[in-house]
Design a protein around this ligand. Sequence first.
Ligand code: TYM
Length: 331
Amino acid sequence: MTRIFSGIKPTGHLTLGNYLGALRRWVEVDQHEADALFSVVDLHALTIDHDPARVRRLSRQAATMMLAAGLDPELCTLFVQSHVDEHTRLSYLLECTATDGELRRMIQYKEKSAPARAAGQSVRVSLLTYPALMAADILAYGTDEVPVGEDQTQHVELARDLAVRFNQRYGHTFTVPKATHPSVAARVMDLQDPTSKMGKSHESGAGIIYLLDDADVVRKKVMRAVTDSGTDVAYDRENSPGIANLLEILASCSGGNPMEPAGVYESYGALKKDTADAVVELLRPIRERYAELAADAGHVDEVVKKGAERARGMARPRVNAAYEAIGLLPG
Ligand code: TYM
Protein backbone atom coordinates (compact mmCIF):
# COMPACT_ATOMS: atom_id res chain seq x y z
CA MET A 1 0.00 0.00 0.00
CA THR A 2 1.24 3.49 -0.80
CA ARG A 3 2.61 5.29 2.27
CA ILE A 4 1.75 8.97 2.45
CA PHE A 5 3.05 11.64 4.78
CA SER A 6 2.19 15.33 4.94
CA GLY A 7 2.06 18.11 7.48
CA ILE A 8 0.87 21.56 8.44
CA LYS A 9 2.96 24.00 10.43
CA PRO A 10 1.14 25.84 13.25
CA THR A 11 2.34 29.37 12.49
CA GLY A 12 -1.13 30.87 11.96
CA HIS A 13 -4.76 30.00 11.42
CA LEU A 14 -5.29 27.56 8.57
CA THR A 15 -6.27 29.12 5.26
CA LEU A 16 -8.24 28.26 2.17
CA GLY A 17 -4.84 27.67 0.52
CA ASN A 18 -4.01 24.97 3.06
CA TYR A 19 -7.39 23.38 2.48
CA LEU A 20 -7.56 23.46 -1.32
CA GLY A 21 -3.85 22.81 -1.82
CA ALA A 22 -3.46 19.98 0.66
CA LEU A 23 -5.93 19.11 3.41
CA ARG A 24 -8.92 18.49 1.20
CA ARG A 25 -7.14 15.78 -0.79
CA TRP A 26 -5.90 14.16 2.41
CA VAL A 27 -9.52 13.90 3.52
CA GLU A 28 -11.21 12.97 0.27
CA VAL A 29 -8.61 10.68 -1.28
CA ASP A 30 -5.42 9.93 0.60
CA GLN A 31 -6.78 8.58 3.88
CA HIS A 32 -9.03 6.18 1.96
CA GLU A 33 -6.55 4.96 -0.61
CA ALA A 34 -3.24 4.94 1.21
CA ASP A 35 -1.56 4.25 4.49
CA ALA A 36 -1.46 7.91 5.44
CA LEU A 37 0.14 9.93 8.22
CA PHE A 38 -0.63 13.60 8.81
CA SER A 39 1.18 15.75 11.31
CA VAL A 40 0.97 19.11 13.00
CA VAL A 41 4.64 19.89 12.45
CA ASP A 42 5.13 22.10 15.46
CA LEU A 43 8.94 22.03 15.55
CA HIS A 44 8.89 23.86 12.22
CA ALA A 45 7.01 26.72 13.91
CA LEU A 46 10.08 27.45 16.06
CA THR A 47 12.26 28.50 13.13
CA ILE A 48 11.04 32.10 13.26
CA ASP A 49 10.28 34.47 16.15
CA HIS A 50 7.51 32.78 18.07
CA ASP A 51 5.36 33.15 21.12
CA PRO A 52 5.29 29.84 23.08
CA ALA A 53 1.66 30.14 24.20
CA ARG A 54 0.55 30.96 20.65
CA VAL A 55 2.36 27.99 19.11
CA ARG A 56 0.76 25.69 21.70
CA ARG A 57 -2.69 27.15 20.98
CA LEU A 58 -2.23 26.98 17.20
CA SER A 59 -0.99 23.39 17.39
CA ARG A 60 -4.14 22.20 19.10
CA GLN A 61 -6.20 24.35 16.76
CA ALA A 62 -4.53 22.83 13.68
CA ALA A 63 -5.16 19.28 14.92
CA THR A 64 -8.79 20.21 15.64
CA MET A 65 -9.18 21.74 12.20
CA MET A 66 -7.68 18.67 10.51
CA LEU A 67 -10.31 16.53 12.25
CA ALA A 68 -13.06 19.06 11.50
CA ALA A 69 -12.13 18.97 7.82
CA GLY A 70 -12.69 15.23 7.89
CA LEU A 71 -9.49 13.38 8.75
CA ASP A 72 -10.63 10.21 10.48
CA PRO A 73 -8.29 8.66 13.08
CA GLU A 74 -9.70 5.26 12.15
CA LEU A 75 -8.44 5.73 8.59
CA CYS A 76 -5.19 7.63 9.05
CA THR A 77 -2.60 8.53 11.68
CA LEU A 78 -2.85 12.08 12.98
CA PHE A 79 -0.17 13.27 15.38
CA VAL A 80 1.99 16.15 16.57
CA GLN A 81 5.58 16.09 15.30
CA SER A 82 7.27 16.94 18.62
CA HIS A 83 5.60 13.92 20.25
CA VAL A 84 7.68 11.58 18.11
CA ASP A 85 11.42 11.91 18.85
CA GLU A 86 12.38 10.04 15.70
CA HIS A 87 11.93 13.21 13.64
CA THR A 88 14.70 15.12 15.39
CA ARG A 89 16.89 12.02 15.71
CA LEU A 90 16.78 11.51 11.97
CA SER A 91 17.02 15.19 11.17
CA TYR A 92 20.56 15.30 12.54
CA LEU A 93 21.69 12.47 10.27
CA LEU A 94 20.21 14.32 7.32
CA GLU A 95 22.02 17.52 8.32
CA CYS A 96 25.12 15.35 8.03
CA THR A 97 24.01 14.35 4.54
CA ALA A 98 22.95 17.76 3.16
CA THR A 99 25.37 20.55 2.26
CA ASP A 100 25.07 24.14 3.40
CA GLY A 101 24.90 25.29 -0.25
CA GLU A 102 21.91 23.06 -0.84
CA LEU A 103 20.07 24.49 2.16
CA ARG A 104 20.94 28.10 1.34
CA ARG A 105 19.46 27.65 -2.12
CA MET A 106 15.99 26.92 -0.77
CA ILE A 107 13.52 29.59 -1.87
CA GLN A 108 11.75 29.64 1.47
CA TYR A 109 15.03 30.24 3.30
CA LYS A 110 15.88 33.12 0.97
CA GLU A 111 12.39 34.61 1.24
CA LYS A 112 12.30 34.49 5.02
CA SER A 113 15.90 35.25 5.89
CA ALA A 114 16.53 38.21 3.57
CA PRO A 115 13.88 40.58 5.02
CA ALA A 116 14.86 39.63 8.57
CA ARG A 117 18.50 40.45 7.84
CA ALA A 118 17.55 43.66 6.06
CA ALA A 119 15.63 44.71 9.18
CA GLY A 120 18.73 44.02 11.28
CA GLN A 121 17.22 40.94 12.89
CA SER A 122 19.06 37.69 13.43
CA VAL A 123 18.08 34.48 11.61
CA ARG A 124 17.69 31.23 13.50
CA VAL A 125 19.95 28.37 12.41
CA SER A 126 16.84 26.18 12.34
CA LEU A 127 15.44 28.26 9.47
CA LEU A 128 18.39 27.06 7.42
CA THR A 129 18.17 23.44 8.58
CA TYR A 130 14.36 23.37 8.24
CA PRO A 131 14.43 21.24 5.05
CA ALA A 132 16.57 18.58 6.77
CA LEU A 133 13.89 18.25 9.46
CA MET A 134 11.20 18.20 6.79
CA ALA A 135 13.12 15.47 4.95
CA ALA A 136 13.30 13.53 8.22
CA ASP A 137 9.51 13.87 8.63
CA ILE A 138 9.10 12.27 5.23
CA LEU A 139 11.90 9.70 5.17
CA ALA A 140 11.30 8.32 8.68
CA TYR A 141 8.12 6.66 7.45
CA GLY A 142 9.27 5.13 4.18
CA THR A 143 6.97 7.62 2.46
CA ASP A 144 6.16 7.10 -1.21
CA GLU A 145 4.08 10.23 -1.80
CA VAL A 146 3.90 13.66 -0.22
CA PRO A 147 0.66 15.47 -1.08
CA VAL A 148 1.43 19.20 -0.84
CA GLY A 149 0.75 22.55 -2.47
CA GLU A 150 3.17 23.74 -5.14
CA ASP A 151 5.22 25.85 -2.71
CA GLN A 152 6.63 22.71 -1.06
CA THR A 153 7.99 21.09 -4.23
CA GLN A 154 11.56 22.23 -3.73
CA HIS A 155 11.66 20.88 -0.17
CA VAL A 156 10.33 17.49 -1.24
CA GLU A 157 12.90 17.38 -4.03
CA LEU A 158 15.62 17.95 -1.47
CA ALA A 159 14.20 15.07 0.60
CA ARG A 160 14.49 12.91 -2.52
CA ASP A 161 18.10 13.97 -3.09
CA LEU A 162 19.00 13.25 0.52
CA ALA A 163 17.35 9.82 0.41
CA VAL A 164 19.25 8.90 -2.75
CA ARG A 165 22.56 10.20 -1.37
CA PHE A 166 22.16 8.45 1.98
CA ASN A 167 21.25 5.17 0.27
CA GLN A 168 24.26 5.40 -2.06
CA ARG A 169 26.69 6.14 0.74
CA TYR A 170 25.44 3.86 3.48
CA GLY A 171 23.25 1.21 1.85
CA HIS A 172 19.58 1.16 1.05
CA THR A 173 17.71 2.69 3.99
CA PHE A 174 15.11 5.11 2.66
CA THR A 175 12.29 5.02 0.13
CA VAL A 176 12.69 7.86 -2.38
CA PRO A 177 9.52 10.00 -2.06
CA LYS A 178 7.78 12.19 -4.59
CA ALA A 179 5.55 15.25 -4.23
CA THR A 180 2.01 15.20 -5.57
CA HIS A 181 -0.20 18.25 -6.17
CA PRO A 182 -3.89 18.84 -6.77
CA SER A 183 -4.76 19.47 -10.42
CA VAL A 184 -6.47 22.77 -9.52
CA ALA A 185 -5.56 25.26 -6.77
CA ALA A 186 -2.07 23.92 -6.09
CA ARG A 187 -1.13 27.55 -5.44
CA VAL A 188 -3.97 29.71 -4.14
CA MET A 189 -2.97 33.36 -4.30
CA ASP A 190 -3.59 36.22 -1.87
CA LEU A 191 -6.83 38.01 -2.79
CA GLN A 192 -5.23 41.43 -2.25
CA ASP A 193 -1.96 40.55 -3.96
CA PRO A 194 -2.63 37.82 -6.51
CA THR A 195 1.04 37.57 -7.41
CA SER A 196 1.92 36.18 -4.00
CA LYS A 197 0.78 33.02 -2.25
CA MET A 198 -2.09 33.07 0.22
CA GLY A 199 -0.06 32.37 3.35
CA LYS A 200 -1.07 31.95 6.99
CA SER A 201 0.95 34.86 8.21
CA HIS A 202 0.68 37.61 5.63
CA GLU A 203 0.63 40.98 7.46
CA SER A 204 -2.96 42.11 6.87
CA GLY A 205 -5.50 39.29 6.72
CA ALA A 206 -7.56 41.07 4.03
CA GLY A 207 -6.39 38.84 1.19
CA ILE A 208 -6.48 35.61 3.16
CA ILE A 209 -9.53 33.45 3.71
CA TYR A 210 -9.16 31.63 6.99
CA LEU A 211 -11.09 28.40 7.43
CA LEU A 212 -12.66 29.89 10.53
CA ASP A 213 -13.83 33.11 8.85
CA ASP A 214 -17.62 33.38 9.05
CA ALA A 215 -19.79 33.74 5.94
CA ASP A 216 -19.92 37.55 6.04
CA VAL A 217 -16.17 37.89 6.32
CA VAL A 218 -15.59 35.44 3.48
CA ARG A 219 -18.03 37.35 1.26
CA LYS A 220 -16.39 40.68 2.03
CA LYS A 221 -12.90 39.38 1.33
CA VAL A 222 -13.90 37.80 -1.98
CA MET A 223 -15.95 40.80 -3.13
CA ARG A 224 -12.98 43.08 -2.40
CA ALA A 225 -10.47 40.83 -4.17
CA VAL A 226 -8.05 42.76 -6.37
CA THR A 227 -8.68 42.13 -10.06
CA ASP A 228 -7.47 44.24 -12.97
CA SER A 229 -8.93 47.06 -14.97
CA GLY A 230 -10.36 44.88 -17.76
CA THR A 231 -13.81 43.36 -17.88
CA ASP A 232 -13.28 40.03 -19.66
CA VAL A 233 -13.50 36.99 -17.44
CA ALA A 234 -10.75 34.85 -18.95
CA TYR A 235 -8.31 32.43 -17.37
CA ASP A 236 -4.95 34.14 -17.82
CA ARG A 237 -2.57 33.69 -14.92
CA GLU A 238 0.04 35.95 -16.45
CA ASN A 239 -2.00 39.02 -17.39
CA SER A 240 -5.01 38.64 -15.15
CA PRO A 241 -3.80 36.86 -12.01
CA GLY A 242 -6.64 38.06 -9.75
CA ILE A 243 -9.35 36.69 -12.03
CA ALA A 244 -7.40 33.47 -12.67
CA ASN A 245 -7.14 32.99 -8.91
CA LEU A 246 -10.89 33.43 -8.42
CA LEU A 247 -11.59 31.04 -11.29
CA GLU A 248 -9.28 28.45 -9.71
CA ILE A 249 -10.90 28.83 -6.31
CA LEU A 250 -14.37 28.54 -7.82
CA ALA A 251 -13.40 25.51 -9.90
CA SER A 252 -11.75 23.83 -6.97
CA CYS A 253 -14.76 24.41 -4.69
CA SER A 254 -17.24 23.18 -7.26
CA GLY A 255 -15.11 20.37 -8.70
CA GLY A 256 -14.84 21.96 -12.15
CA ASN A 257 -12.18 23.26 -14.49
CA PRO A 258 -10.98 26.89 -14.18
CA MET A 259 -11.19 27.28 -17.95
CA GLU A 260 -14.88 26.34 -18.01
CA PRO A 261 -16.55 29.15 -16.07
CA ALA A 262 -14.38 31.69 -17.90
CA GLY A 263 -16.59 33.18 -20.59
CA VAL A 264 -19.75 32.30 -18.72
CA TYR A 265 -19.48 35.47 -16.66
CA GLU A 266 -20.29 38.87 -18.01
CA SER A 267 -18.85 40.77 -15.09
CA TYR A 268 -16.22 40.42 -12.42
CA GLY A 269 -18.94 41.05 -9.83
CA ALA A 270 -20.92 37.98 -10.87
CA LEU A 271 -17.80 35.81 -10.75
CA LYS A 272 -16.96 37.13 -7.29
CA LYS A 273 -20.46 36.49 -6.02
CA ASP A 274 -20.46 32.86 -7.19
CA THR A 275 -16.95 32.33 -5.83
CA ALA A 276 -17.95 33.74 -2.45
CA ASP A 277 -21.05 31.51 -2.34
CA ALA A 278 -19.01 28.43 -3.26
CA VAL A 279 -16.40 29.12 -0.57
CA VAL A 280 -19.05 29.80 2.08
CA GLU A 281 -20.79 26.50 1.29
CA LEU A 282 -17.51 24.61 1.28
CA LEU A 283 -16.46 25.94 4.66
CA ARG A 284 -19.84 25.83 6.43
CA PRO A 285 -19.72 22.16 7.54
CA ILE A 286 -16.06 22.46 8.52
CA ARG A 287 -16.76 25.47 10.76
CA GLU A 288 -19.70 23.70 12.36
CA ARG A 289 -17.70 20.56 13.08
CA TYR A 290 -14.81 22.68 14.36
CA ALA A 291 -17.07 24.34 16.92
CA GLU A 292 -18.17 20.92 18.23
CA LEU A 293 -14.65 19.54 18.40
CA ALA A 294 -13.14 22.66 19.95
CA ALA A 295 -15.52 22.24 22.88
CA ASP A 296 -13.88 18.90 23.63
CA ALA A 297 -10.11 19.48 23.70
CA GLY A 298 -9.70 16.21 25.63
CA HIS A 299 -10.87 14.26 22.59
CA VAL A 300 -8.40 15.97 20.27
CA ASP A 301 -5.55 15.41 22.75
CA GLU A 302 -6.48 11.74 22.96
CA VAL A 303 -6.50 11.36 19.16
CA VAL A 304 -3.03 12.87 18.73
CA LYS A 305 -1.65 10.88 21.64
CA LYS A 306 -2.75 7.60 20.06
CA GLY A 307 -1.52 8.86 16.69
CA ALA A 308 1.93 9.56 18.14
CA GLU A 309 2.18 6.05 19.57
CA ARG A 310 1.38 4.59 16.18
CA ALA A 311 3.74 6.94 14.36
CA ARG A 312 6.58 6.16 16.75
CA GLY A 313 6.18 2.45 16.11
CA MET A 314 6.36 3.06 12.36
CA ALA A 315 9.36 5.41 12.42
CA ARG A 316 11.62 3.81 15.02
CA PRO A 317 12.90 0.75 13.11
CA ARG A 318 13.89 2.80 10.06
CA VAL A 319 15.54 5.55 12.09
CA ASN A 320 17.44 2.95 14.13
CA ALA A 321 18.55 1.33 10.87
CA ALA A 322 19.77 4.72 9.64
CA TYR A 323 21.80 5.24 12.84
CA GLU A 324 23.48 1.92 12.33
CA ALA A 325 24.02 2.40 8.60
CA ILE A 326 25.76 5.75 9.10
CA GLY A 327 28.24 4.18 11.50
CA LEU A 328 26.91 4.80 15.01
CA LEU A 329 27.33 2.09 17.60
CA PRO A 330 23.98 0.50 18.44
CA GLY A 331 22.93 1.33 22.02
P1 TYM B 1 2.42 24.87 5.43
O1 TYM B 1 2.04 24.71 6.86
O2 TYM B 1 2.88 26.20 4.96
O3 TYM B 1 1.21 24.44 4.51
C1 TYM B 1 0.51 23.21 4.68
C2 TYM B 1 0.09 22.68 3.31
O4 TYM B 1 -0.73 23.64 2.66
C3 TYM B 1 -0.20 23.93 1.36
N1 TYM B 1 -0.45 25.36 1.08
C4 TYM B 1 -1.00 25.80 -0.04
N2 TYM B 1 -1.46 25.17 -1.13
C5 TYM B 1 -1.98 25.94 -2.13
N3 TYM B 1 -2.06 27.29 -2.05
C6 TYM B 1 -1.62 27.97 -0.96
N4 TYM B 1 -1.72 29.29 -0.91
C7 TYM B 1 -1.05 27.22 0.10
N5 TYM B 1 -0.52 27.57 1.31
C8 TYM B 1 -0.15 26.39 1.88
C9 TYM B 1 1.30 23.67 1.50
O5 TYM B 1 1.87 23.45 0.24
C10 TYM B 1 1.29 22.45 2.39
O6 TYM B 1 1.07 21.29 1.63
N6 TYM B 1 7.00 22.87 5.17
C11 TYM B 1 5.57 22.56 5.20
C12 TYM B 1 5.16 21.68 6.36
C13 TYM B 1 5.89 20.40 6.44
C14 TYM B 1 5.69 19.26 5.61
C15 TYM B 1 6.57 18.28 6.11
C16 TYM B 1 4.86 19.01 4.52
C17 TYM B 1 6.85 20.08 7.34
N7 TYM B 1 7.27 18.79 7.16
C18 TYM B 1 6.66 17.03 5.50
C19 TYM B 1 4.94 17.76 3.92
C20 TYM B 1 5.82 16.79 4.43
C21 TYM B 1 4.81 23.87 5.35
O7 TYM B 1 5.33 24.85 5.79
O8 TYM B 1 3.48 23.77 5.04
